[in-house]
Design a protein around this ligand. Structure first.
Ligand code: GAP
Length: 443
């Protein structure tokens, strides 16, 4: 993880938030390549769950919602972690359930200084703020701790206006906020993060089948984007782990540097949410089948992924080091569709008309895909930089280019170099971008 964090900083993927003030704990800002990478992850998610299906539609709900939402959803009451505080020297706060996993026997003690711990108290993870100029109880609102509730409260609107009937889903990407007691592991667990969630509404009898289908669908999404299948697993929650709304949940886990950890949860939420919102809002949130006249509250299958956690997993999976001709090379072997930059155009030398020619090639290519033009430093140094940001292809303009309008095309993973006419370059790169891809790290 340290190597990933350092590469992220060195190449401008992710920075500590408010760094000039000493940073804000566990809060991060994405720089240029980080933004491009994360937006590619989100774009691939949209492509697979909306564009390539005809039973899921998109939504973008507000972060601030009516406070009753959180009463109905159970978050006001139950979205808590058991918090204990060190009564010894360090006074640090810990999650009791995490400590219990690490110290299964006997009385718990502070892992930092060994001190005794306070009695646990339930700590609500929702951030609260106030709406309008008066800060009283009536103006209290919450930053949403999940995007899901924005979908449930729009169920009726979407069903009417998108002319959908179960089985159908609503997909949303957006920020969520949780006042985590123990954030950590870089962008794995933060207090402000992005989720990519689908609420898929089905006739009650079909819920177990759709749960299975979505588990398969979502596992395939990660592997189709090159994630190594031997670093992915599905883990079914035990009865003691289930959230208050869930009758069955399985997590897709990835083998992060700190061990197997949750990447995405796929829950069968039953009719919990629609029933609760119908009760609290007094709106009917059921579905009447126009064919049979049957009336029912749809059940919900929820594949809920983290955009930041997914981006981190794709980075960890892509990170590689190798020795080439006695020199170490660090390379991010991203699936080309995820790579922040698809192609770098580099003049071999900074003279003889090569920079001007390379700029022409670059100006053409960037209309078709994310491209970079770089003249700074030796060609080897420029390639090392592109390898570190995971650019799959490099184009070198050299003296032969000036004679026959061909360039060298270098492949990031195999390091193969081939000669190609400039006129064919864009089409060839688009063909490669669309082709199936397997991580060379799979061996
Ligand atoms: N609506 C269901 C829900 O929110 P969750 O398991 O609490 O379920 C879903 O969150 C996903 O959101 C997780 O699998 C993870 O990828 C991401 N996530 C949750 N908490 C996070 C945090 N503090 N930091 C980064 N990502 C987080």
């Amino acid at each position: 993880m340290e190597k990933i964090v350092s590469l992220c900083k060195r190449r401008g993927f992710v920075f500590q938030s408010s760094e000039i003030y000493g940073g804000l704990a566990s809060t991060y800002d994405y720089g240029h390549y980080g933004v491009l990478l994360k937006s590619n992850v989100k774009a691939e998610w949209w492509r697979s769950v909306v564009q390539e299906r005809d039973d899921v539609v998109a939504l973008d709900a507000a972060i601030l919602m009516h406070p009753r939402t959180w009463e109905a959803s159970g978050h006001l009451e139950g979205f808590t972690d058991p918090l204990v505080q060190c009564l010894g020297k360090c006074k640090r706060r810990w999650r009791e359930d995490h400590l219990r996993e690490a110290q299964p026997e006997g009385d718990l003690h502070c892992p930092e200084c060994g001190g005794d711990l306070s009695e646990p108290r339930n700590f609500n993870l929702m951030f609260e703020t106030h709406m309008g100029p008066v800060q009283d109880e009536g103006s209290q609102v919450f930053l949403r701790p999940e995007t899901a509730q924005g979908i449930f409260v729009n169920f009726k609107n979407v069903m009417q206006f998108a002319r959908k009937k179960p089985p159908f889903g609503i997909a949303q990407v957006g920020k969520a906020f949780r006042n985590e007691i123990t954030p950590g592991n870089f962008v794995f667990r933060t207090r402000e993060f992005e989720q990519m969630e689908i609420e898929f509404f089905v006739p009650p009898g079909e819920a177990p089948e759709w749960h299975g289908r979505w588990m398969e669908e979502r596992m395939n999404w990660y592997t189709s984007l090159g994630m190594r299948s031997d670093h992915l697993q599905l883990r079914k929650h035990g009865a003691d782990e289930l959230s208050h709304y869930s009758s069955a949940t399985s997590d897709i886990e990835y083998l992060f540097p700190m061990g197997w950890s949750e990447l995405e949860g796929i829950a069968n939420r039953g009719d919990f949410d629609l029933t609760q919102h119908a009760k609290f809002s007094r709106e009917k949130l059921d579905f009447v089948d126009p064919g049979t006249g049957d009336r029912y509250v749809p059940h919900v299958i929820e594949p809920s992924a983290g955009a930041d956690r997914g981006t981190l997993a794709f980075m960890v999976d892509a990170y590689d080091e190798e020795e080439i001709e006695g020199r170490e090379r660090v390379v991010l072997r991203f699936h080309p569709r995820l790579a922040p930059v698809k192609v770098a155009v580099l003049p071999l030398v900074n003279k003889d008309g090569q920079p001007e020619k390379a700029r022409e090639v670059y100006t053409d290519l960037r209309k078709r895909m994310s491209a970079e033009f770089d003249t700074g430093g030796s060609i080897g140094k420029r390639y090392r930089r592109q390898d570190e940001i995971g650019t799959p292809w490099g184009v070198t303009v050299d003296h032969q280019t000036m004679e026959d309008d061909t360039v060298t095309l270098r492949d990031r993973d195999s390091l193969d170099q081939s000669r190609i006419a400039i006129a064919e370059l864009g089409t060839e790169l688009e063909r490669r971008l669309a082709a199936p891809w397997t991580s060379p790290k799979l061996g």
